[in-house]
Design a protein. Sequence first.
Lengths: 115, 114
Amino acid sequence: DAGVTQSPTHLIKTRGQHVTLRCSPISGHKSVSWYQQVLGQGPQFIFQYYEKEERGRGNFPDRFSARQFPNYSSELNVNALLLGDSALYLCASSTGLAGYQETQYFGPGTRLLVL
Amino acid sequence: GESVGLHLPTLSVQEGDNSIINCAYSNSASDYFIWYKQESGKGPQFIIDIRSNMDKRQGQRVTVLLNKTVKHLSLQIAATQPGDSAVYFCAEKLSGGSNYKLTFGKGTLLTVNP
């Protein structure tokens, strides 16, 4: 089975622009989480969605938004990009059925560079 | 507050040696812990997890130890191989409610010398 897939792999934007990142979870997984990983640091939680509903939100500004589609894929949107938004954006999927003690499996990430 | 930290930011070992990567956590309400391996240019890869009702769990060549008294966990890698070179993160989850996020530490860079 395919793992978590993300697109695009790399992206270059300029300040003030908008970006949409996409994620397809592992087949059968209903929960998708988004993380931001700045160079040299661990991933930071942004959002989690389950069955198209937001289950959790991290400490990120309203410029960050996300949604989940009926096929459980997800989009992360970032408006009014800042230089500090440059990072690796990771998507993780989980079944959504095992409660908080379930494993999250990560995709390869989208590398975003804001100039 | 929530924080997960690592004692050693870098670790260099010889091929065939055993490696031990340490992690301290500060939130006593955390009761699920995961170790991830991240190779350059890739996403984190699940290695092993442990729940707070356990103090040891073994996988293939890896063992995780959890000491809740001092809020410390470690990842032991037996017979370390060059392919084990990567950044290793510990992550924690808080118990209960709808809190499903993972909180990661900064990571430890493991370098295996042939």
